[in-house]
Ligand binder design. Sequence first.
Ligand code: UDP
Ligand code: MG
Length: 328
Amino acid sequence: MSEQIFLSVVVPMYNEEEVIEVTYERLKVVLDSLGETYEIVFVNDGSRDKTAEIVRRLCGQDRHVKLIDFSRNFGHQIAVTAGMDHSSGRTVVLIDADLQDPPEIIFDMVARWREGYDVVYGKRIERKGESWFKRMTAATFYRMLRSMTSVNIPVDTGDFRLMDRKVCDSLTQMRERSRFIRGMVSWAGFKQTSVEYVREERFAGETKYPLRKMIRLSLDAITSFSTKPLKIAGILGFIFSAVGFVYLFIVLYKHFFTDSTTPGWTSLIAISLVFHGITLSLLGVLGEYIGRIYEETKGRPLYLVSERVNFQVATVEREQPAEQLSKV
Ligand code: UDP
Ligand code: MG
């Protein structure tokens, strides 16, 4: 049997043709000078541009490079999961394709791992070239999530991190669909530490995380790690029905014991608006959870692969049968 690879780097990609070659070059320089065995697992998350073609060519030139090509776009968190499923290193690094996470930080991460840490996550001390709106919403989100969940998810970290094999294996065992990987890593425990870094501007291209996807990720994070919204819904319902009952007594008292015939239209409309508004939004909260329960019960595979390049048969055999839709 061949010896275990030291480091696997997982790179999710969605329409990254403008950056992917440069990303490869920069990763290669770092990984070569590390002086250890390595593999770079590129996951093509249903790109509609030339991303897959470019990586396929790189696979031909360099045996360290591997490609998993999805049958369609399954989303960033799922792409990262597929990369972890297919990685075999003693350590695994997750990194974005757009060079916002500088590959050179991998040196520091490996050094901390050698000190005995199982997870070394990158903590952003500065975010360059991101709009005021993105920074503000991100900061609010991390803090809101922290106050809602019992799991201690570190603020201002993304998915850029190094994990020991045992942490990676723990995560790949969790097959939930609504994935929020940084939360799952925190939940898993193990010895964790951080290295600080400056998040650079995107090297080229546009963000692949429009507001719609960011809201989805936030909802996944909150619903996977907290049932507080359901509790808040219950408390609000209780408060408002208590107030409603008090008001009912007032109304009945007025009807039977006074002569004041209140027209009542204004109060009726006001109450109806408030109650309907609250009922609908509470139904929405329930819907978010029920929708996710429905998705989970279907038990479909997390992703479908249309092609794997540069993987040995042994790696593919390790996987779960449901996901073997490959041409390999
Ligand atoms: N990405 C992906 N699938 C998606 C959206 C994004 O694999 O549906 C990848 C993307 O190619 C990049 C990483 O996820 O490598 C982070 O995306 P992006 O840089 O656009 O997000 P941002 O840094 O703007 O939050
Ligand atoms: Mg980015």
